[in-house]
Write a protein that binds this ligand. Structure first.
Ligand code: URA
Length: 218
């Protein structure tokens, strides 16, 4: 039997030299920051309880790369975690700190690229290399029913990970498609840029989660 590769990169993952060097520079400048591949955020009930996986783009420099928890410490997290709590997919209070006690319910959160990229822009080879971890991350949840991808890069990488063709399963905000036995929901990324420019309104984001919450209830 061949063992699946680990779903988590090592703390000093060397697979993407540009990202490895970028993080090394920030370890020197900000030794108190997390500065490493950011692990998947899991609910306390464990892998077996996860029915929804949320896939973001990559850690923000002063957000997840600083705190070590996806979407924690930058604007995108305020909208994401606020919505998760409102839809019954998280409990507690989000205080933008990894020790705020916030707990996910039936949900896990990961990123298509685990290391912070310069200017928030991973290149194609880095996105492809990080599928080494996205694939076993999806496989680790035996009761997974749905994946929500945030933005087109996360969407395309997830489609490829599930063995689908991007041309056949294109990104669309509010999209719902079937791939590899999983229902794939897609939303514009909840970044400050997208909300400031009106690409994504809070109502549009909440509506995606309402649909997912209804889907998971059935
Ligand atoms: N923080 C994350 O962890 N991922 C994103 O995609 C954006 C912010």
């Amino acid at each position: 039997m061949t063992a699946l590769p680990s779903p988590e990169p090592s703390h000093d993952c060397p697979l993407c030299p540009r990202l490895h060097d970028f993080i090394a520079g920030w370890r020197v400048r900000e030794p108190g920051w997390f500065n490493a591949p950011v692990p998947t955020f899991l609910p306390p009930e464990g892998e077996g309880s996860v029915r929804l996986l949320i896939v973001g783009l990559a850690p923000g420099l002063r957000g997840a790369n600083r705190t070590g928890r996806p979407f924690t410490g930058d604007y995108a997290g305020d909208l994401l975690y606020g919505t998760l709590i409102a839809q019954g997919l998280a409990r507690g209070e989000f205080k933008a700190r990894p020790d705020d006690g916030l707990e996910l319910i039936a949900t896990a959160i990961t990123n298509a690229v685990r290391c912070v990229p310069p200017e928030n822009k991973p290149v194609g080879a880095e996105i492809a290399t990080c599928r080494t971890f996205l694939k076993p991350t999806i496989a680790r949840f035996p009761n997974l029913r749905a994946i929500l991808t945030l933005g087109s890069i996360a969407h395309q990488s997830t489609v490829r990970t599930l063995g689908g063709r991007v041309a056949a399963l294109p990104f669309r905000h509010g999209g719902r498609q079937e791939a590899g036995g999983i229902t794939l929901f897609s939303s514009y990324h909840c970044s400050r840029y997208n909300t400031n420019t009106g690409v994504l309104t809070e109502e549009m984001f909440v509506n995606v989660f309402r649909e997912i919450a209804a889907f998971l209830k059935n």
